[in-house]
Design a protein around this ligand. Sequence first.
Ligand SMILES: [Zn+2]
Length: 134
Amino acid sequence: MKTPAIVSEFREGLAQGKLLIQHCQDCDKPNMWPRYACPHCQSENLGWLQSKGEGVLHSFCVLRQGAPAGYEEDLPYAIGVVKLDEGVQLLVRLEANRPDDWSDYLCDDRVSFVAVDAAEAERRPCAQFRRSPG
Ligand SMILES: [Zn+2]
């Protein structure tokens, strides 16, 4: 399946170990997920900036059964909503703290972006995060 142009730079960033967020070059505000026009000023003059990759875990869920079609082989896995320090939020995968175990995670934990290799970024084009140390 061809990658939609609106997410291609985000996905290319993941494959290079970078978390990119869309950025309006007219009003200087971040947008996530990417849009065709800035939700703040309606400008179509949008680009990408590299996020610092730090944020807060708002919510998460560990899937142990009932994965969507095509994701069965990933079970178990965890997804979460992270609010980045830049002020935007996104859906992420959470790295297990021990094999198949996410019990160390709590909502409002500080979390950090984890670069994955290009093959994994291609297979699952979703940012991966882990609990920040400390
Ligand atoms: Zn704008």
